[in-house]
Write a protein that binds this ligand. Sequence first.
Ligand code: G3P
Ligand code: MG
Length: 257
Amino acid sequence: MESLKDFVLNNKYLIAGHRGSSGTAPENTLSSFSEAIAAGANMVEVDVQITRDNQIVAFHDARLERTSNGLGFLVEQDIDSLRSLDAGSWFNAKYNGEQIPTLDEVIELTRGKVYLNIEAKSRKFAKIDEKVYSILKRIEYYDLVDYVLFSSFDYVLLKVIKEYNPNIPTAAIRIPGDTTPASVLKKEVFCDAFVCAVEELSDDISQDCKKNKIIIGVYSVDDDKQLDIALRYDVKAIVTNFPDKINKLMIARGLIK
Ligand code: G3P
Ligand code: MG
C-alpha cells in the first residue's frame, strides 16, 4: 500500500466511508467499517473519543443514547461499562450485540487495507495534549504515520498534532458558519487538507485550495447529484455514508477502477 502522501500526489480519488458504511450499518462499529472495506472504500473515517479511564473508542455523539442502549455522556464512563453496551440494535436487529469498538480494534481491522481518517472529537478534552498524545502513540505503535489522516473541528488539536509530528497529515473541518479560508488555516495550524459539507462548497473555497495546494474533502456525498457538485469543485476526498453506491458511480464515470 503506497503512503497516503503518494496516493494524493498521484491525483487519485479517496472514497472515504463516513463512520464506516453508516448508511447500511450502525455507524462507527466494526460491521460498519467491514462493510465500507467490502464496498471498495479506500479510506475509512472514524470518530474517536476518550473514556473516563483514558481509553480511545469509536463513537460520534457526546451522549450515548442515539447510537447505543447506554445513557449519559461517554466521557463520564469507563471502558468496561461502555463495552457492555449494544451499539448495533438501534440501527437494525441483525446488528444486535455490536460493541463500541476501541481504536485498536479499528486499526487492526483496517490496517493494510484502507487509509484511516481519525476524526478526533474534542469534547471535554480538558488536557488536550495528553489526550491527543495517547491517540498518536497508538498510531506510532502500529507504524501507521504514512497511512493515517487526522481531522478535527478543533484547530488547536490539529496544531498539537503537527507540533508532535509534522509528518502526520491533518485536515481542518470547516466549523459551520466560520468563513476562515483554508489557506489561513494552513498558515495557522499547518493542515494539509480542508474538509467541508457538500452544501458549503463554493468557487472561493475551491480556488483558494487549488492556489495553496490544499486537498479538499467533502461530506457527505451520497447520491449522483452530490457527486456532481463535489467533482465540479475538484474535490479529491469524497466522504460518503454509502461507499458501495458512490464507488459504483465513480467506476461508471471512469474515474476509478
Ligand atoms: O469528516 C467529516 C465529518 O465526519 C464531520 O462531521 O459530525 O459527521 O463527525 P461528523
Ligand atoms: Mg466524523
